[in-house]
Design a binder for this molecule. Structure first.
Ligand SMILES: Nc1ncnc2c1ncn2[C@@H]1O[C@H](COP(=O)(O)OP(=O)(O)O)[C@@H](O)[C@H]1O
Ligand SMILES: [Mg+2]
Length: 226
């Protein structure tokens, strides 16, 4: 199993008590498969992604990435694991204002210790895959919201992750652009054989996903086949 969250509980400090953000959550996603996690605001979706991304260590339970259980790994090991195996698309694109679309992607290779110039062909290929071949040399302010979100998604694929985690990709987009981004995520999941988790509060575009799990108050309902 490529992504394997097993019986994960996560709490945050909350005054004198602790708030349970994830309550014994288990979720397994294989390569080439797209799982949607839906739930209202505050239900624990972003927390689930942060745990799956190994950015937060849960109170209990385990996270497996590509057959490796991450429990007990050092910070350094986790950083290396994230760089090589995990693509994260945060809700806010966080693009660098001074860089072109292609450079936003090339920087990922540089962080990974490779030459940004050498990464140009891969960056162009991914921009083409997300429909932005003609926008490679534009900076964020020259792109629409939908285009910025596509750059955000392409950037997460730069290091060929096996696990792709996407937080509310359509929340800032209108209906048509939202549907197109969802279609793109489905296609990229199959083409790059990623184990993809997509979280959203909005069920509208979830017709082509492999399954939908619902989260309420940190509890995941048994995933049902879509
Ligand atoms: N860093 C944090 N510290 C304390 N509480 C948090 C933190 N992050 C999230 N929470 C709380 O955990 C719950 C789940 O939040 P979150 O995972 O962001 O939900 P969602 O993404 O579904 O809106 C909410 O009650 C939220 O207020
Ligand atoms: Mg959230």
């Amino acid at each position: 199993m490529t992504l394997d969250l097993n019986d994960v509980t996560l709490t945050y400090p909350d005054g004198d008590h602790r708030l349970t953000a994830l309550d014994r959550v288990s979720l397994r996603v294989d390569r080439g498969s797209l799982a949607a996690v839906v739930g209202p605001s505050g239900s624990g979706k972003s927390s689930l992604l942060a745990v799956a991304a190994t950015l937060i260590t849960p109170d209990s339970g385990t996270v497996g990435i590509d057959g490796t259980v991450t429990t007990g790994m050092s910070r350094r090991e986790l950083t290396a694991l994230r760089r090589t195996k995990i693509g994260i698309v945060f809700q806010q694109p966080n693009l660098v204002a001074s860089l072109t679309a292609a450079e936003q992607l090339q920087v990922m290779a540089q962080i990974d210790g490779r030459s940004p110039g050498g990464a140009r062909p891969r960056a162009m290929e991914l921009l083409d895959a997300v429909g932005l071949a003609g926008q490679a040399d534009r900076r964020p302010h020259q792109l629409s919201g939908g285009q910025r979100q596509r750059v955000n998604i392409a950037r997460a694929l730069m290091n060929d992750p096996t696990v792709l985690l996407i937080d509310e990709p359509t929340s800032a987009l209108d209906h048509e652009r939202g549907a197109a981004v969802l279609g793109l995520i489905t296609e990229l999941t199959h083409r790059n054989a990623t184990a993809t988790v997509l979280v959203t509060h909005d069920r509208t575009h979830l017709t082509a996903v492999d399954r939908i799990a619902e989260v309420h108050d940190g509890r995941l309902t048994t995933p049902v086949p879509n």
